[in-house]
Design a protein around this ligand. Sequence first.
Ligand code: ADP
Ligand code: MG
Length: 307
Amino acid sequence: MNEFDIIARFFAPLAGDGAFGLKDDVAVLPQRPGHDLIVTTDAISEGTDFFAFDPPGTVAQKALRVNLSDLAAKGAEPVGYLLNLSLPHSIREDWLAAFAAGLAADQKEFGIALLGGDTGATEGPLSIAVTAFGFVPSGKLVKRSGARVGDAVYVTGTIGDCGGGLAIFKRETHSLTDADRDYLTGRYRVPEPPVGFAKDLRDIAHASVDVSDGLIADLGHIASASGVRIVVEGEHVPLSTSLKSLWKGDAVARAATAGDDYQTAFTAPPGLSGPFTEIGKVMAGEGVALTMAGNEIVITKPGYRHF
Ligand code: ADP
Ligand code: MG
């Protein structure tokens, strides 16, 4: 198989409107009157963001979903993506077939299509870069910089599950049931960004961020962009029962700094209810603090860093 065979066989069936069946040099991006086109990119690589033994379909889903998470956090609806693959020479057809099936499943789930990409060989680890496009009504993008003193802090989903799954893959000792273990490792492999919530988010949020490096680290981006202080009340951080079984008394502090969540954290007026949990307050000042029963917990590492 050369790269043209790979493109024609595995990726052309996924091509959307404007992609010319992946048989031209470029694609035409669809436009939506009255909307801003939003773009984001994120790459994942073997050994850093996924394991060589992960099923290829879940690797595909993770590559897409880490990008859909950024769009969701900004209130954008996804429409399409570019796929840039650096493949080892030893790549097998059955790996590519399962990878493409994972893309197809998520294209259906999220209503998106493939618009183009690049396919090349590498001597290094397998790496997948996705560039995703989405729309928001003009001017309605939710930024990191809009938090106001007096806002509450909210987060979607549960926090720390993916970090827990990673800890299990890294052979941290535990006494979980098979169901708890499978839930956490499943979340590490296939994150669940709140894509459907984006349209409501943009109506209520003053500021928002994609939680990818760690809840505390990412809220730090809102705090610095908005010029405010954020206090997270640890007892309110939503944790799954599986994660509490894994990390017990350390669960909050570890979950809040673990990363890989791909949820949306945002600030908005206090007292709102919806598919999210109120976890803290926006105050005058700077930085992010995590408290338990009113006492600040010392955090040495607020989130994941590549370097
Ligand atoms: P170029 O010679 O400009 O690099 P390619 O031969 O790489 O072009 O690509 C041919 C077509 O196939 C283009 O439409 C490109 O967007 C598409 N394509 C290449 N690789 C991928 C991929 N991994 N996923 C989706 N489309 C791809
Ligand atoms: Mg190319």
